[in-house]
Design a protein around this ligand. Structure first.
Ligand code: SF4
Length: 89
Protein backbone atom coordinates (compact mmCIF):
# COMPACT_ATOMS: atom_id res chain seq x y z
CA UNK A 1 0.00 0.00 0.00
CA UNK A 2 1.31 3.42 -0.90
CA UNK A 3 1.69 6.05 1.78
CA UNK A 4 0.37 9.52 1.12
CA UNK A 5 3.47 11.05 2.62
CA UNK A 6 5.49 9.57 -0.26
CA UNK A 7 3.58 11.67 -2.73
CA UNK A 8 5.02 15.09 -2.24
CA UNK A 9 8.51 13.81 -1.65
CA UNK A 10 8.77 11.49 -4.64
CA UNK A 11 6.30 12.54 -7.30
CA UNK A 12 6.73 16.11 -8.55
CA UNK A 13 3.61 15.76 -10.74
CA UNK A 14 1.56 15.57 -7.55
CA UNK A 15 2.53 19.02 -6.33
CA UNK A 16 -0.58 20.67 -4.95
CA UNK A 17 -2.18 17.37 -3.98
CA UNK A 18 -5.16 18.16 -1.78
CA UNK A 19 -4.93 14.97 0.25
CA UNK A 20 -1.78 16.15 1.96
CA UNK A 21 -3.84 18.73 3.83
CA UNK A 22 -6.34 16.15 5.03
CA UNK A 23 -4.46 13.09 6.21
CA UNK A 24 -4.17 9.46 5.31
CA UNK A 25 -7.26 7.89 6.91
CA UNK A 26 -9.82 9.60 4.70
CA UNK A 27 -8.29 7.94 1.64
CA UNK A 28 -8.18 4.47 3.13
CA UNK A 29 -11.70 3.95 4.44
CA UNK A 30 -12.73 0.68 5.99
CA UNK A 31 -15.59 -1.51 4.85
CA UNK A 32 -18.85 0.45 4.95
CA UNK A 33 -17.24 3.81 5.69
CA UNK A 34 -19.11 5.43 2.85
CA UNK A 35 -18.94 8.90 4.37
CA UNK A 36 -15.15 8.74 4.16
CA UNK A 37 -15.34 7.56 0.54
CA UNK A 38 -17.59 10.52 -0.31
CA UNK A 39 -15.28 12.88 1.55
CA UNK A 40 -12.22 11.56 -0.30
CA UNK A 41 -13.95 11.83 -3.66
CA UNK A 42 -14.98 15.41 -2.97
CA UNK A 43 -11.37 16.30 -2.16
CA UNK A 44 -10.06 14.53 -5.26
CA UNK A 45 -12.60 16.36 -7.41
CA UNK A 46 -10.91 19.62 -6.42
CA UNK A 47 -7.35 18.34 -6.81
CA UNK A 48 -5.13 19.76 -9.55
CA UNK A 49 -3.02 16.60 -9.50
CA UNK A 50 -5.86 14.12 -10.15
CA UNK A 51 -4.79 13.05 -13.65
CA UNK A 52 -1.21 12.41 -12.58
CA UNK A 53 -2.46 10.67 -9.45
CA UNK A 54 -4.63 8.24 -11.39
CA UNK A 55 -1.86 7.49 -13.86
CA UNK A 56 0.60 6.83 -11.06
CA UNK A 57 -1.72 4.75 -8.84
CA UNK A 58 -3.79 2.87 -11.43
CA UNK A 59 -2.38 -0.45 -10.17
CA UNK A 60 -3.03 0.19 -6.47
CA UNK A 61 -5.58 -2.21 -5.06
CA UNK A 62 -6.43 -0.27 -1.88
CA UNK A 63 -7.39 3.30 -1.16
CA UNK A 64 -9.04 6.17 -2.97
CA UNK A 65 -6.90 7.75 -5.68
CA UNK A 66 -8.23 10.42 -8.01
CA UNK A 67 -11.68 9.65 -6.68
CA UNK A 68 -11.54 5.99 -7.67
CA UNK A 69 -11.73 2.88 -5.54
CA UNK A 70 -9.53 -0.15 -6.01
CA UNK A 71 -12.44 -1.95 -7.66
CA UNK A 72 -12.95 0.89 -10.12
CA UNK A 73 -9.27 0.96 -11.00
CA UNK A 74 -9.35 -2.80 -11.61
CA UNK A 75 -12.27 -2.26 -14.00
CA UNK A 76 -10.30 0.47 -15.77
CA UNK A 77 -7.33 -1.86 -16.19
CA UNK A 78 -9.56 -4.62 -17.58
CA UNK A 79 -11.18 -2.17 -19.97
CA UNK A 80 -7.79 -0.93 -21.17
CA UNK A 81 -6.55 -4.50 -21.72
CA UNK A 82 -9.71 -5.33 -23.66
CA UNK A 83 -9.27 -2.27 -25.86
CA UNK A 84 -5.63 -3.13 -26.49
CA UNK A 85 -6.38 -6.74 -27.46
CA UNK A 86 -9.23 -5.70 -29.74
CA UNK A 87 -6.93 -3.31 -31.59
CA UNK A 88 -8.99 -0.25 -30.74
CA UNK A 89 -6.35 1.27 -28.52
S1 SF4 B 1 -6.50 13.13 -6.72
FE1 SF4 B 1 -7.04 12.71 -4.59
S2 SF4 B 1 -5.71 11.06 -3.91
FE2 SF4 B 1 -4.87 11.92 -5.82
S3 SF4 B 1 -3.36 13.45 -5.17
FE3 SF4 B 1 -5.29 14.51 -5.47
S4 SF4 B 1 -6.34 14.53 -3.49
FE4 SF4 B 1 -4.68 13.01 -3.41
Amino acid sequence: MADLTDWLNNIPELDGARCVEVGHDVFFPGQGENDLVRQARAICAQCPAAAACLAHYINETDGIYAGTTGRQRAAMRRHTRKEQTSGRY
